[in-house]
Design a binder for this molecule. Structure first.
Ligand SMILES: [Zn+2]
Length: 569
């Protein structure tokens, strides 16, 4: 049956510029026999010097097609990059819409209203001179276009059948290729033309458009470095190689990453190569730290454990032990373990602790949990589990020579069978290493900060640091001895990843209660609070930034522990 090619309001953007650049219309179109996905936007942060553009192609027709070239243009038609290629795309012979394909690969693109809002902001930014007003519009547009991509649970067998038919192409456009002066924050719209050769030697092309955002560096404070402790590569079910993950992380402003592929037999059998790939990626200059880790599936339903510090340890095959056994294995081997996405398992994560042998072996409790994981941010009620846990094991923390506790992290769990960045460079953890330069090739700096909880979890790159400044300076994860009851000063520094905020809510949480402060119209906050302490306690902080255009940002800093006599109990 012959179908008429219908333009449906779904796929990538094809911008049509009216004469003289007036009235830019957005037309979203779908081709009948080619699924081609390009992200609506790609971003890099200063000082990165390139943009990484993934293109996903699926040939829906019966017959194979040949791609002969990919061309990149500026909006005015200037050619940026012309890649002659020869790629054969097998015909998958499926008659389904692009949306159904997205469903199968678990990719949710931003709603049409959000895309339009973002495009309107860019149109307004275009006619403005460089100013705070223009910067805000650019940042908002970036935020809307990048934060609203989501992953979705998928049926494994559905994707497995389709997988061999996907063609994934990755291109890098450098600032030099663009041949324009670009100072962060700024943007440039580009057009991408994918050229197919027909059997009769004529060519057909598919046109896509994307926006390249060049952003300022992430918020920073001395000794603090953003990174990500959970992501997948081609060693298990990730769509990018270890080196590509390094490049993506570097371009997003991250200073360290931990690769955590699944404990499938492929990873077990190629462990040495995996570690070599991490080291090679880490040695690429400028250095960012690239650590080998593993995500271990326990034999319990949907219960995954992240294992770090694996430089000198062989990996564990998935489903070898139940969750108690897996924790024991991690501790026994001197590694650091975190419960992955603790709210998507059928067990309460506190239940993971209940293991006698483990307690006898090392009484410091599970190393931690993910407070933020992929598209998920812990809720107000769920975070009480963490508080209860910290409280119930407070004496264990005080006793432990390293004063370890259940550390909260924010990780991307970047996943999937495609090279799209759903969460990498967005969900992150800031760690404090106490050094003026980022960890670079020094992995121990990363492991130590994570193990001790010198860390803050962030849903989008916003930064939060709380410090106790009475009698010294004490950061998240620190332990203080205090001899007598009295007031302490807590300094809260926070900066949102975009330079706007209607209202920020700061919470300072202790065993004795929560102090809540609302602050209007500030995206950078530096404020002192005073609380009275008279018994063993911990103090942690949270911030929520909100504005009506972009929505919410969340940060959670790890607790500071205050010990009263008798110390160490
Ligand atoms: Zn994972």
């Amino acid at each position: 049956m012959k179908k008429i090619l219908v333009a449906i309001l779904i796929l990538g953007l094809i911008g049509v510029i009216g004469l003289n650049g007036v009235n830019k219309k957005i037309i979203l179109s779908e081709s009948e026999d080619i699924y081609c996905e390009v992200p609506l936007s790609v971003f890099s942060r200063y000082p990165a010097e390139s943009f990484l553009i993934p293109i996903i192609i699926l040939n829906k027709s019966e017959t194979e097609k040949k791609i002969t070239g990919i061309e990149f243009y500026k909006e005015d038609g200037t050619l940026i990059l012309n890649k002659k290629i020869e790629e054969v795309v097998k015909g998958a012979n499926i008659k389904i819409s692009d949306d159904e394909i997205r469903n199968k690969i678990g990719l949710m693109i931003p709603d049409k209203e959000i895309v339009e809002k973002a495009m309107n902001l860019l149109e307004k930014a275009k006619i403005l001179e460089k100013s705070d007003e223009r910067n805000k519009k650019i940042e908002s547009s970036w935020y809307l276009l990048t934060m609203n991509y989501k992953g979705k649970e998928i049926e494994d067998k559905e994707i497995r059948n389709l997988l061999p038919y996907f063609k994934i192409l990755n291109y890098e456009i450098t600032l030099e290729d663009l041949n324009i002066k670009i100072e962060p924050p700024d943007f440039i719209n580009i057009k991408i033309k994918i050229i197919f050769l027909n059997p009769d030697n004529s060519t057909t092309s598919i046109n896509k458009e994307t926006t390249l955002f060049y952003l300022t560096s992430l918020p920073s404070q001395w000794g603090w470095y953003p990174g990500d402790g959970h992501m997948h590569t081609t060693y298990s079910d990730g769509g990018s190689t270890i080196m590509q993950r390094r490049d993506q992380a570097y371009n997003s402003g991250l200073k360290w990453i931990i690769i955590t592929d699944h404990g499938w037999s492929y990873l077990i059998n190629n462990w040495n190569q995996y570690k070599t790939d991490c080291t090679n990626a880490q040695n690429k200059t400028p250095n960012i730290t690239v650590c080998p880790g593993e995500e271990i599936a326990t034999s319990d339903t949907d219960s995954h454990y992240l294992s770090y510090k694996m430089d000198n340890c062989a990996p564990l095959l998935d489903h070898t032990y139940d969750r108690y056994g897996t924790i024991y294995w991690v501790i026994y081997n001197g590694l650091i373990g975190f419960i992955a996405h603790p709210y998507s398992t059928p067990y309460t994560w506190e239940d993971w602790y209940n293991y006698d042998a483990y307690i006898n072996y090392d009484n410091s409790g599970p190393r931690g949990i993910e407070l933020i994981s992929g598209g998920y941010v812990i809720s107000d009620t769920e975070i009480q589990d963490w508080d209860n846990f910290l409280k119930n094991h407070l004496s264990v923390t005080m006793k432990d020579s390293k004063h370890r506790f259940c550390v909260g992290l924010g990780n991307s769990d970047e996943h999937g069978y495609w090279p799209y960045l759903l969460y990498l460079g967005k969900k992150m953890t800031y760690i404090y290493t106490g050094s003026s330069s980022p960890p670079g090739t020094y992995r121990t700096g990363v492991y130590n900060a994570i193990e001790r909880g010198y860390a803050t979890a962030s849903s989008d790159g916003s930064l939060l640091i709380h410090k106790i400044t009475t009698g010294g300076t004490y950061l998240p994860g620190y332990y203080i001895k205090k001899s007598s009851a009295g007031s302490i000063t807590i300094n809260v520094y926070a900066k949102r990843v975009i330079s706007q905020c209607d209202e920020a809510t700061i919470k300072i949480v202790t065993i004795d209660g929560t102090l809540i402060d609302y602050i209007s119209n500030q995206y950078e906050i530096n404020k002192n609070y005073s609380i009275y302490v008279n018994r063993d306690i911990y103090v942690r902080a949270e911030i929520t930034f909100y504005d009506s255009t972009n929505g919410y940002s969340y940060c959670f800093s790890n607790p500071i522990f205050i010990d009263f006599p008798p110390y160490g109990s």
